[in-house]
Design a protein around this ligand. Structure first.
Ligand code: ZN
Length: 305
């Protein structure tokens, strides 16, 4: 009897070894977050991304094929601060996956782990402002990414305790790298003269970058986040550029160029067109994305070397 039980147990163990545990399925909304998740998870998870860097994350099309990804997910990584509020909740509802509902261990809100900037005193979404809970565009700040990586490591470890040590280690390595990168570029921008640190942005999405690099955002081309400029506001932008001597205008590649080009033509501002996120599809690492971004801004402010 004892022998039978032992043989049975051995057989079972062999079967379990032969079938590798199912890798975690992670789905992230933004490419930059997906890139972070991929590196923290290493070989223990497959990571999918719902949006491309060329899509405006405020108004993404809720394509039905995304529902299937969400249906299979063990972990959903979102930016939060209402950035995805216009399209994600409907998809999550339709995916009918209890594991990724708000408040469960499978729902990761990155904004809960960063130091929030530009939190308004009152909610004014009704007036057209699409940043009611604070500015949600922290995904290009390596200091924020360091915090998100560490928190992601903890969440992945809770879902998959067998690999918790790997997640923690990967996150620690990334965090150290991102902090070093942040410091390196803070120093570079600090060496620029005051006049070369002023910029205009199209959408109010660079506040974390401006804070990190010690820059000054003099005005936005959109009068309020999500509201396109009218001629009156454009005249104000041109006037502000002339009084402040701002050198560059930065905007994500998915925003319209017409108004910005007009301002640049009238004032001589240099345009800095930046990708809306890391190129997750090509395997780009977060560091390389941010380095490219910092370089583009630096050259626009200072002039090409
Ligand atoms: Zn925004």
């Amino acid at each position: 009897m004892i022998r039978t039980v032992t043989l049975f147990a051995l057989g079972l163990a062999a079967t379990m070894l032969a079938v590798p545990a199912r890798a975690l399925q992670v789905v992230a909304t933004l490419p930059s977050l997906a890139t972070l998740a991929r590196e923290v998870a290493g070989p223990h998870a497959t990571v999918e991304c719902l949006l491309s860097p060329r899509q405006d994350p405020h108004y993404a099309d809720a394509r039905p094929n995304l529902i299937l990804s969400l249906n299979r997910a063990d972990l959903l990584v979102v930016n939060g601060l209402e950035l995805e509020v216009g399209w994600l909740p409907g998809l999550v509802r339709q995916a009918r996956n209890p594991k990724i509902q708000t408040g469960t261990p499978g729902y990761f809100d990155a904004s809960l782990h960063v130091l929030r900037l530009a939190v308004p005193g009152r909610v004014d979404r009704a007036m057209g402002d699409i940043h009611p809970g604070g500015n949600p565009h922290f995904h290009w700040d390596p200091r924020a990414a360091a915090l998100v990586a560490v928190a992601l490591g903890k969440s992945l470890g809770a879902l998959d305790p067998a690999h918790a040590a790997d997640y923690t280690k990967n996150a620690a390595v990334m965090s150290a790298r991102f902090k070093a990168l942040a410091h390196e570029w803070t120093q570079k921008f600090a060496a620029l003269p005051e006049a070369e640190r002023k910029l205009v942005v199209y959408h109010d999405s660079l506040v974390y970058l401006v804070d990190w690099l010690g820059l000054k955002q003099v005005i936005t081309v959109e009068p309020r986040p999500g509201i396109p400029p009218d001629p009156g506001h454009l005249a104000k932008v041109v006037g502000t550029v002339r009084t402040t001597g701002a050198k560059a205008l930065a905007q994500e590649e998915y925003y319209p160029r017409g108004a910005s080009d007009q301002v640049a033509k009238l004032t001589g501002l240099r345009m800095a067109i930046v990708p809306g996120g890391a190129n997750f599809g090509s395997g780009q690492r977060f560091d390389d994305y941010v380095r490219g971004l910092a370089k583009t801004l630096y050259e626009a402010l200072h002039g090409a070397p």
